[in-house]
Design a protein around this ligand. Structure first.
Ligand SMILES: C[S@@+](CC[C@H](N)C(=O)[O-])C[C@H]1O[C@@H](n2cnc3c(N)ncnc32)[C@H](O)[C@@H]1O
Ligand SMILES: O=C(O)C(=O)C[C@]1(C(=O)O)C=C[C@@H](O)C=C1
Length: 243
């Protein structure tokens, strides 16, 4: 997936505006997410491995907040002859346009319905896999319960939800230690203090991470009895929940 280097926050702004998944972000997104989210590449690969284990014949796979289609492509590579259908959704028109180009670059017999829309309005049914890879954190906290309930209801028995999120920690010293390790990861990937602090301000109002106990409580409350974290690096985690 080609991408320019992310320098969006490298020059000083008089006022930092709220983060948006617009054309400018789309152009650098692949570089941005790989240099910002520890373990992103491994998570994308493992989503393909999990798809291989959980996706059943003639079922649906949902990639909610698909961005450029990284998770969809990873899944699709593993699903030959499964006769299933992938539904990939994002509410950024710019992301969807670039995602379409990425999907058409690879041949596959698994059809993908690419939908520009809000994941809160999408119906889910006959699903063997639902992916929320760093998407739910951008929803208003009050909308998260309904989304998880809708996913639970739309999954077939034995179906899998993959939920990757940035985490917040209640304990002040733990929060600050893991946050600092994340910042060191960004520094090691070439981001300056200015880039780090301007991006942080830009995300402040639009990305609200939950704690791990909040995720566990929500998943259980909405019906998922089987839940575990399968990946964590610093303050980023990916969870699986099975219906
Ligand atoms: C961090 S990115 C997700 C990365 C992507 N899943 C991946 O694996 O590369 C978050 C995405 O969610 C989308 N998004 C945020 N809120 C949304 C909503 N309510 N409905 C649909 N898409 C949404 C954004 O446009 C953005 O593309
Ligand atoms: O927390 C940060 O600093 C991030 O950059 C995280 C994050 C994410 O988790 O989605 C935020 C926005 C971009 O989509 C890429 C990464």
């Amino acid at each position: 997936m080609n991408s320019s280097q992310d320098t969006l926050f490298a020059t000083p702004f008089t006022q930092v505006s709220d983060f948006q998944f617009d054309n400018k972000v789309v152009g650098v997104f692949n570089d941005m997410i790989r240099r910002s989210v520890p373990g992103y590449g491994q998570i994308i690969n493992s989503i393909g491995d999990l798809a291989d284990k959980f996706v059943t014949k003639n079922s649906h796979v949902y990639d909610l907040g698909c961005s450029l289609g990284a998770a969809t492509l990873s899944v699709r590579r593993r699903l030959q002859d499964r006769e299933c259908h992938i539904i990939a959704v994002d509410n950024s028109q710019a992301m969807i346009a670039r995602c379409q180009e990425n999907l058409t670059s690879y041949v596959s017999d698994t059809p993908v319905d690419l939908i520009c829309g809000d994941i809160r309005d999408i119906q889910i049914h006959n699903a063997s896999l639902v992916i929320l890879n760093f998407t739910m954190q951008f929803l208003a906290p009050d909308d998260r319960d309904n989304l998880i309930k809708k996913i639970y209801d739309g999954l077939n028995p034995g179906g899998l939800l993959i939920l990757s999120e940035k985490l917040y920690f209640e304990h002040t010293a733990i929060q600050s230690a893991l946050d600092e390790l994340h910042l060191d990861f960004k520094r090691a990937n070439g981001y300056s203090e200015l880039e780090i602090s301007q991006k942080r301000s830009s995300l402040e109002n639009v990305m609200k991470p939950d704690t791990l106990p909040q995720h566990e409580y929500r998943l259980k409350k909405q019906g998922f009895e089987n839940f575990n974290t399968w990946f964590q690096c610093f303050n980023f985690a990916s969870m699986i929940a099975i219906k």
